[in-house]
Ligand binder design. Structure first.
Ligand SMILES: [Zn+2]
Ligand SMILES: [Zn+2]
Length: 77
């Protein structure tokens, strides 16, 4: 699943040192949540591949099971 869609206007997000929605003039952070306990996961960068660690379950979560949400980082009106 590589679709990065704006939660507000459903446009494709662009990448510019972060996820950017041009129509909304908003920047988004992609946040991963634990599929088991819904806690925000910690993103670990290892060998070029991102993995996600749950501090609550105390284990790595498979990226395919992680639930991703886009959170507004900064709104430019
Ligand atoms: Zn948008
Ligand atoms: Zn967890």
């Amino acid at each position: 699943m590589t679709e990065n869609i704006c939660p507000k206007c459903q446009s494709d997000l662009e990448w510019d040192a972060g996820y950017v929605c041009t129509p909304c003039s908003s920047r988004y952070q992609k946040i991963g949540y634990c599929p088991d306990c819904s806690v925000q996961l910690e993103k670990l960068q290892a060998c070029g591949a991102a993995s996600y660690f749950c501090n609550s379950c105390n284990e790595l979560k498979s990226k395919s099971r992680v639930r991703f949400e886009f959170k507004v980082e900064k709104a430019e009106s």
